[in-house]
Design a protein around this ligand. Structure first.
Ligand code: NAD
Length: 495
């Protein structure tokens, strides 16, 4: 793929695009709402415009989604899986252009953009298999001549709200499982990455048209908080799956809680790596650099805190500073570039503010710390000596800042690691079996993800993904995450 215009054309993206759709020929008509511009964060230039949805658009989308649910839930689950398989097939064909669009719109390097599309493909494969395995258990009844069992039914239309930093993969984690479960899906993507969502909607429309369906996969783009909240408060959506910040997640949870609906929350992380006195430092350093600098520090699983045994601190810092100084920063579509821009000016401001706060606390900047004076939203990846209790360390700044903190015992390191409000991902580097088991034991990491000798970011879809505490408790992707999209029914038959 060479030219951005060719890529956009291949994905059905025009100069201006409708922001809502429930199928082929069912795109929302433009209204007089101001156009939403998708911006390339590497240059600050607009890529294309989107007409955001209005309230009447939302009502039409919901109506289609509700009607489609009545039919879709009756389609046998393996046949629903076959539809998802076909979407996965088109994603294979479009991996290059769609991966490039992810890079263009979010500033991820090309390998990460393609990696995200690969995750969608993997998720489609998983969902196809899962469509034959929506198992219910059978239990021995305590009464004679009775049968006691449970089964799983589709839930209804589900609302999926996604963050900017995984503009397509997070939708796939939710939408493919929800679809094979028999639900219909209304997707509200981040207004910072609307074109990725429109490209995916075109792909879904193509497959669903062949199946004679509309309204199974729907798109609802808005940059208005009040409209997003209309969706969250809508009793016709039994489940709201929300991926984003703790601040917004808290509001969403409370609004859905008021109507006693269900939420699936995937919120902020503040992930730590612990490196003990026995660790392989080269292995650890590679994982830490990948985890802290990848996606310019804009992953929920980004490594933000590093606890290193006091006997190895200087050695590890030297390795990290050397690696950081070799990172090429620039246009994410160039093959030698390892770090692209932040998403927007607000993200640069949050980075700048965190650096000021670190300095005011007395933190020592070991590498980076500056906004780069060039077009786009570029900052330096940064390493800082810090203390875990500082407010700036306790919160998630969505930028490439790594806080380094020495420790003297594993118990202390685990306590420090757990001593933040978030609980997403964690990792220990060690060659000591007892340390490894201690870290994974009930008194070890309190996170949803705990790894040994592999970093905090880049989870495989086969396992359930999500975190504890303020990260929200939701689980998506593999294992038994499909159950969140279904309702369980217990059946007793007196035969
Ligand atoms: P954000 O919270 O600003 O926005 C997330 C989504 O919520 C967007 O679609 C946004 O338009 C929407 N939104 C905003 N206000 C809303 C409201 N009042 N009601 C309903 N929806 C509303 O997050 P972001 O900046 O797009 O993404 C970064 C955050 O997401 C980080 O905190 C990151 O850790 C988190 N994240 C978590 C995971 C995970 O799986 N745990 C994955 C990716 C990102």
């Amino acid at each position: 793929m060479s030219n951005a215009q060719d890529i956009l054309r291949e994905l059905g993206i025009q100069g201006t695009n409708a922001g809502g759709s429930t199928g082929t020929g069912r795109w929302c008509a433009p209204s007089n709402v101001p156009l939403l511009q998708s911006i390339n964060p590497a240059t600050g230039d607009p890529i294309a415009g989107v007409h955001p949805c209005t309230l009447p658009d939302y009502e039409r989308i919901l109506k289609d989604s509700l009607e489609a649910f009545q039919r879709w839930r009756l389609v046998p689950a393996p046949k629903r899986g076959e539809v998802v398989r076909q979407i996965g097939q088109i994603l294979r064909e479009k991996k290059d252009p769609l991966g490039t669009l992810v890079s263009l719109e979010t500033g991820k390097i090309k390998a990460e953009g393609e990696g995200e599309v690969q995750e969608m493909i993997d998720m489609a494969d998983l969902a196809v298999g899962q469509s034959r395995m929506l198992y219910g258990a059978t239990m021995p009844s305590e009464r004679p001549a009775h049968r006691l069992s449970e089964q799983w039914h589709p839930l209804g239309p589900v609302g999926v709200i996604t963050a900017f930093n995984f503009p397509v993969a997070v939708w796939a984690w939710n939408a493919f499982l929800a679809a094979i479960a028999g639900d219909t899906i209304v997707w509200k993507p981040s207004p910072k990455a609307p074109l990725c969502a429109i490209a995916v909607q075109h792909i879904c429309n193509r497959v669903m048209e062949q199946q004679g369906f509309s309204g199974v996969f729907s798109l609802f783009i808005t940059d208005q908080q009040s409209l997003a909240e209309t969706m969250v408060q809508d009793r016709r959506l039994p489940l709201i799956s929300f991926t984003g910040s703790v601040t917004v997640g808290r509001q969403v949870a409370s609004m859905v809680g008021q109507r006693l609906g269900r939420t699936l929350l995937e919120l902020s992380g503040n992930n730590a790596v612990i490196v003990d006195e026995t660790a392989d430092l080269d292995l650890a350093a590679r994982a830490i650099v990948f985890g802290s600098v990848g996606t310019a520090g804009q992953r929920c699983t980004t490594t933000r805190r590093l606890f290193v045994h006091e006997s190895r601190t200087d050695e590890l810092i030297a390795k990290l500073v050397k690696a950081y100084s070799q990172i090429s920063i620039g246009n994410p579509l160039e093959s030698n570039v390892l770090m692209g821009p932040l998403i927007d000016l607000a993200a640069v401001e949050a980075y700048r503010q965190a650096i000021e706060e670190i300095k005011a606390e007395g933190g020592q900047i070991l590498h980076g710390g500056k906004v780069l004076p060039r077009a786009g939203y570029f900052v330096e990846p940064t390493i800082v000596r810090a203390h875990n209790h500082w407010p700036v360390v306790q919160r998630e700044t969505f930028a490439p800042i790594l806080y380094v903190m020495p420790f003297h015992s594993l118990d202390q390191a685990i306590e420090l690691q757990n001593g933040v409000p978030q609980g997403l991902s964690s990792a220990l580097f060690t060659t000591n079996l007892r340390h490894s088991e201690r870290f994974l034991s009930v008194g070890g990491s309190d996170c949803g993800i705990a790894n040994v000798n592999i970093g905090t970011s880049g989870a495989e879809i086969g396992g359930a993904f999500g975190g504890e505490k303020e990260t929200g408790g939701g689980r998506e992707a593999g294992s038994d995450a499909w159950k969140a999209y279904m309702r369980r029914q217990t059946n007793t038959v007196n035969w």
